[in-house]
Design a protein around this ligand. Structure first.
Ligand SMILES: [Zn+2]
Length: 313
């Protein structure tokens, strides 16, 4: 049996958002069992500032995943942070943030992973619940697809298989297989940076996006060439990053998944459609414990909306 976890103590960091270019400070704080991952916007009035990390609350997936609550208060570019939580095996955490966008850091999950591991995890007296896939669920977009199918081994971790194929010779066709476990994530995926093409970055910046984007926090390509002077962290860093993104996007299902994830040319949009399709096909999965989901909502709703200490940076 596996028990739920939270942090042993708080962890603090700060950085610049990829799209807004705005600096934000983050404070990760321990949370009670069945809270899940909950963002608290400390720069917003108390009644409206709690945002639950739930795939059904995703409002946009353009170049990143944005979550919003019923009052329209949002937090964007959450995926690398949520992937780090899933990657280290953290079930319950409150993430206080004093701005609208999660800092991009170096474009990977490395710093979030290190921060959470340094804070340490402790077990809570509640069993971890997982989503066990019973029947295939698939979404398609032209030639792209993403699907969840039942695992061949009951009780095992999520197994993931992704293929990407880009016309740039620097990327080409890449395939990645991965089994989600804390050690494996920090070793094989956490370091992989996000990537983009220079002409797209220029267009985005003209649209007021990617303001914080630079070679400090992304692999930048120009056609077949990689512009970053330091080169790649792994030959297949691109598909590893797509896998990292998928770990974060799928964890917005609100629990670890027991099943197999397979995708061709995945992205935030199709990954989120898969999470929604999963919830829309209630006979395609079951909870591995019998605790009703209403308890989870109740715990998330109890997250303090009172005064919160500012990050000491
Ligand atoms: Zn990403």
């Amino acid at each position: 049996m596996t028990y739920q976890t939270t942090l042993s103590g708080p962890a603090l960091c700060a950085g610049v958002g990829l799209h807004t270019g705005e600096r934000a400070r983050l404070a990760f704080k321990p949370a009670e069992a069945n809270t899940g991952i909950v963002f608290v916007r400390t720069d917003v009035s108390s009644a409206e500032r709690v945002i639950i990390a739930d795939g059904r609350h995703v409002t946009t997936t353009q170049l990143g995943t944005t979550l919003a609550n019923e009052d329209g208060v949002s937090v964007s570019t959450v995926e690398h942070l949520v992937a780090a939580c899933a990657g280290v095996g953290l079930d319950n955490v409150i993430v206080e943030i004093d701005g609208p966008e999660v800092p991009i850091m170096d474009g990977s999950s490395t710093l979030y992973c290190q921060l959470l591991m340094q804070a340490g995890l402790r077990q809570l007296p509640a069993l971890r619940r997982r989503i066990r896939i019973l029947k295939p669920v698939e979404v398609r977009d032209g030639g792209k697809y993403a699907r969840l199918v039942p695992s061949e081994v009951a009780g095992g971790p999520m197994e993931m298989r992704i293929r990407i194929d880009f016309p740039s010779a620097a990327i080409g066709e890449q395939v990645c297989r991965f089994t989600l476990s804390p050690g494996a994530f920090s070793e094989s995926l956490a370091f992989a940076r996000t990537f983009g093409f220079a002409n797209d970055v220029e267009k985005l910046q003209a649209m007021g996006l990617a303001r914080g984007g630079s070679m400090e926090n992304a692999i930048v390509l120009d056609g077949d060439n990689i512009l970053n002077p330091e080169g790649l962290r792994a030959d297949d860093e691109f598909v590893r990053h797509k896998m990292l993104d998928a770990v974060g996007d799928l964890h917005l299902a609100g629990a670890f998944i027991e099943g197999i994830f397979e995708a061709d040319q995945p992205g935030h949009a199709i990954n989120n459609r898969l999470v929604r399709a999963l919830f829309d096909n209630r006979d395609a999965w079951e909870w591995t414990t019998d605790r009703p989901a209403s308890q989870v909502r109740a715990a998330a709703a109890r997250v303090s909306s009172g005064p919160v200490a500012r990050a000491q940076i």
